[in-house]
Design a protein around this ligand. Structure first.
Ligand code: G3H
Length: 520
């Protein structure tokens, strides 16, 4: 597999209380899912190491965040909107020159193909810029006084407190920063631990964090989730858990907090988005979208299509075309922008093989010729049909390049599955018939949070709300919604006879909250 040389990056700093400290304790080795070709026995390429920090340091980071928040009286939660925007703008400016470095590491660490890695970086920068614009809107909205039944009120959104931010390996930059930075902009303080994979790529940005935000506002620690996140939650000092991952981890963490009711949860979790291909669908469109939906980044997206239902009349036509289009995908190095790239999670190829094996034992066949081929950490996408409902592949989020297909005659069968599923993020419906489309919309909008018509499931455009029902999410994310998810409405109210006092507070510039200065 072709790839450039990689000088090992022994990263030894962490950020606590505004200072980049040097770590001299034990470290965790970072390997690429790409195997070296030059040795007899193929081995994962060594990329470097990061600090394997202890719980003591987790508590130090937490205390720094708590001190910076200071019960909402710290420098950051009370800073003016101008000051927070300036910090965020500085961060973006310092992030931009790191583009190439981060993209290289996205390819090395998680094997995101070049074009997708570039998209992840650029999309993140755009998201942050749009977040600033939306923050200004929010600030403007809060800069006026309403009168309700004789009560004057000024309503703004204020910070919540200390945020523990844990990101995912599949979008280690984008999904993490799309919660972390809005949380900071709203005046919260954070402890951030990068994901298990995709950790070195955060390191070029540590200085940007240190230089842009006041001490303690953002603290970045490295190590194992269990060692670092558990004691942080047990301390009871976390006000918001921002986690993109799965419900098992979020439930385990929330249950460790002595007062779980106090923790606001901003969670992007697992999903099992179905595609439903009706007999009147444009098969070319359905195939193109299912290939994109099921196999982009090897199916390692929460929004990936993870089960496909196809109506009996078009089942063989669809499957033949879907198998052909899938087999035309290229596999190999992310540096060469191949469609299918090595899987970063240790043991993942084996898990994919297990899914295929069980589905085949229960009556399915791999219907594409290249399906299930393995080379090192590469696993060629496998389409399984007919998949039994009694398989792990049908029930679980496979988060990889294996896709179960089921045939249906009556849409009611599909609806029953969707209603009984633990997940409720999105669905894709393929039909050319307006009546079918309309019927699907009405049946599905209360099951999932986005019904895609003749298109695969996806999060973007980022201005749209991204959320899910059941085990798929808590809270809503989007450029607008993230700012709301990380804040709480707070108001100042008085009866109209206090008008003169309020006017003096405003005119004298005696309160930042009650300032009427509009941000342009
Ligand atoms: O892994 C879940 C991501 O939020 C999906 O985003 O649909 O843009 O790939 P995407």
């Amino acid at each position: 597999m072709k790839h450039p040389n990689h000088p090992a990056r022994e990263h030894s700093s962490y950020l606590i209380n505004g200072t980049l400290e040097n770590w001299s304790g034990s470290t965790a080795a970072v390997y690429s899912p790409i195997l070296s070709a030059d040795e007899k026995e193929a081995k994962p390429i060594y990329l470097g190491s990061t600090p394997d920090m202890t719980s003591e340091y987790a508590m130090e980071a937490l205390n720094a965040a708590q001190k910076a928040y200071d019960h909402g009286r710290g420098e950051w939660p009370t800073a003016s909107a101008h000051e927070r925007i300036a910090a965020m703008e500085k961060f973006i400016a310092l992030m931009l020159p790191k583009r190439d470095e981060v993209i290289e590491l996205l390819m090395w660490e998680i094997c995101k193909k070049r074009s997708d890695a570039e998209k992840e970086f650029d999309r993140t920068v755009t998201y942050l810029e749009e977040t600033i614009a939306e923050y200004k809107n929010l600030h403007r909205e809060g800069s006026h006084i309403t009168s309700v039944n004789g009560t004057l009120a000024q309503i703004r959104r204020g910070p919540i407190g200390v945020v523990l931010c844990l990101g995912p390996f599949n979008y280690p930059l984008n999904e993490t920063f799309c919660v972390l930075l809005p949380a900071l902009l709203m005046g919260n303080t954070c402890v951030f631990k990068p994901a298990k994979y995709g950790v070195l790529l955060i390191t070029p940005l540590l200085e940007a964090f240190a230089e842009s935000f006041p001490p303690g506002v953002v603290n970045v620690i490295f190590g194992r989730g269990r060692t670092l996140a558990s004691p942080i939650m047990q301390s009871g000092k976390v006000d918001v858990l921002a986690l993109i991952g799965n419900s098992k981890s979020s439930n385990a963490l929330i249950s460790q907090h002595p007062k779980p009711n106090r923790v606001r949860q901003v969670l992007g979790l697992e999903a099992k988005n179905p595609a439903v291909v009706f007999s009147d669908a444009d098969i070319d469109v359905a195939v193109k979208e299912c290939v994109k939906g099921a196999w982009s980044f090897n199916g390692q997206r929460c929004t990936a299509l993870k089960v496909i239902y196809v109506q009996k009349e078009v089942r063989s036509k669809f499957l033949a075309a879907f198998a052909k289009a899938t087999d035309e995908l290229s596999w190999g190095s992310p540096f060469e922008d191949k469609d299918i790239t090595p899987l970063p999670e240790v043991g993942k190829v084996g898990y994919m093989e297990e899914y295929v094996k069980e589905a085949c034992e229960k009556g399915a066949e791999v219907i594409n010729a290249r399906g299930g081929q393995v080379e090192g950490n590469l696993f060629f996408p496998a389409i399984l049909f007919p998949t039994s409902r009694e398989t792990g592949l049908f029930r679980e989020e496979q988060f990889g390049p294996v896709c179960p297909v089921l045939e249906f005659e009556d849409f009611e069968e599909v609806l029953t599955d969707i209603a009984e599923s633990d997940y409720g993020q999105q669905v894709s419906v393929f039909t050319r018939n307006p009546e079918t489309a309309g019927m699907c919309i009405d049946h599905l909008v209360n099951q999932v949070c986005r019904v895609n018509i003749n298109a695969s499931c996806q999060r973007g455009p980022d201005a749209l709300p991204f959320t899910g029902r059941k085990d798929s999410a808590v809270s809503t994310l989007s450029v607008k919604a993230a700012l709301r998810s990380f804040s709480i409405r707070t108001l100042v109210a008085c009866s109209e006879d206090q008008k003169d006092l309020v006017e003096e507070v405003i005119a004298g510039g005696h309160s930042e909250f009650s300032s009427m200065n509009y941000l342009l």
